[in-house]
Design a protein around this ligand. Structure first.
Ligand code: FES
Length: 209
């Protein structure tokens, strides 16, 4: 099950947050997409923008401390609790500090049947613990529900990238590369294009030619 409960953190973290000049423009443009009086519809993209900005300003630790959510709520003219309800519903918003690489491991049935336990075992062997951040601040491991890539199960999302068709070995390889500061190739970790059959097309092969 996804674990999303906020922990106790220093309440001063995030105080004084405000949009950078660039994000202030972006926030204005996002809000302008919605009809007059419906600016609260921009809640989700603005929470995402705030989380990314906070991460950029804090060594890659992209999460949403309470003062940051309050800032966005004020910006949209809505009560904090309404915005908190949104932020606490979706696992894409981190209510707790996260490492530079936030590993979201899908544990829902298709991924589980295809070997999510092995992916979890590789994470554990790399020192990651569910719901925790490694001491070096590099990795946080969160178990989440289906991320919509079941055809490439089992998979993890690490920050904005999906790593799919994972095994114990390929999971370890991805994490080791990130630890070394490298950028492993996202997507399927086997020989297939997106969700196409492994080893190339098996139907409509003439069309491919
Ligand atoms: S079950 Fe894992 S992506 Fe859907």
């Amino acid at each position: 099950m996804a674990d999303h409960a906020p922990q106790k953190v220093d309440p001063s973290i995030g105080r004084g947050f405000q949009w950078t000049a660039e994000n202030a423009e972006l926030a204005k443009a996002i809000v302008a997409k919605y009809p007059e009086g419906r600016q609260q519809s921009a809640a989700m993209p603005l929470l995402d923008l705030a989380q990314r900005q906070f991460g950029d300003q804090n060594g890659g630790h992209a999460w949403l401390p309470v003062p940051v959510i309050e800032y966005v709520a004020d910006y949209l003219g809505m009560p904090y609790i309404r915005l908190y309800e949104v932020a606490s519903f979706y696992t894409m918003y981190n209510l707790n500090p996260v490492g530079v690489h936030h590993v979201q491991l899908c544990g829902t049935t298709p991924c589980w049947l295809k070997g999510a336990d092995e992916v979890m075992r590789a994470c554990k062997d790399m020192g990651l613990e569910k719901g925790k951040t490694t001491e070096d601040g590099l990795f946080t491991l969160t178990e989440v529900e289906c991320l919509g890539a079941c055809v490439n199960a089992p998979m993890v999302q690490i920050n904005d990238d999906f790593y799919e068709d994972l095994t114990y070995d390929t999971t370890k390889a991805v994490l080791e590369a990130l630890k070394k500061g490298e950028q492993p190739k996202p997507g399927p970790q086997v020989d297939r294009q997106f969700a196409a059959p492994q080893g190339g097309p098996t139907t409509l092969t003439d069309m491919v030619k």
